[in-house]
Design a protein around this ligand. Structure first.
Ligand code: HEC
Length: 147
């Protein structure tokens, strides 16, 4: 009886070892086959509260699309999925703008991130005007709408 219990404990242990090794290897493979995503990027609370002074309408979205195609498309891709032609060269994957996780942040938060940048994404403070940054946000918002 005791022998049986010992035997079954031993089996349980080796079973969990197999599970452990399998998940370990999968995680290991995953880490090396996908481009890593950096730690979550969080805007400071004061920036999160800032509201977009540019109304979202046909004109501002069209203007934002031009800014996007010129400055963001290479990395972020046509539909904002982070699959632009340059994305393969980046050490960090650009985020997916179509996801709820991205879209649920405020315009102020997105504005701050575009202005500050975070390697490998550059800061756009000097590259594009404030107005253009708000316009590009109005455009990015349209990428999150399920069609
Ligand atoms: C050189 C490639 C590159 C270009 C060009 C670029 N980005 Fe990025 N962007 C990235 C990468 C990589 C990240 C992820 C950075 C991180 O998580 O640390 C990112 C992240 C972001 C984020 C934050 C995503 C989140 O999860 O909150 C926003 C917003 C953003 N980019 C907007 C833009 C806009 C707008 C433009 C054009 C004006 C632009 N980016 C141009 C590479 C780029």
């Amino acid at each position: 009886m005791k022998e049986n219990i010992r035997q079954s404990n031993k089996m349980k242990r080796s079973f969990s070892n197999v599970i452990g090794i399998t998940t370990g290897s999968i995680a290991f493979l995953f880490a090396f086959t996908s481009i890593p995503q950096s730690k979550e990027w969080i805007a400071p609370p004061s920036a999160v509260k800032v509201t977009n002074p540019i109304a979202s309408n046909e004109q501002s979205i069209a203007a934002g699309k031009i800014v996007y195609t010129k400055n963001c498309y290479d990395c972020h891709g046509k539909k904002g999925k982070g699959d632009g032609p340059k994305s393969g060269d980046l050490e960090i994957s650009p985020r997916d703008f179509t996801q709820e996780q991205f879209q649920k942040q405020t315009d102020g938060s997105i504005f701050w991130k575009i202005s500050e940048g975070r390697k490998p994404m550059l800061s756009f403070k000097k590259e594009i005007s404030e107005e253009q940054r708000w316009q590009v946000i109005n455009y990015i918002r349209t990428l999150g709408i399920k069609k």
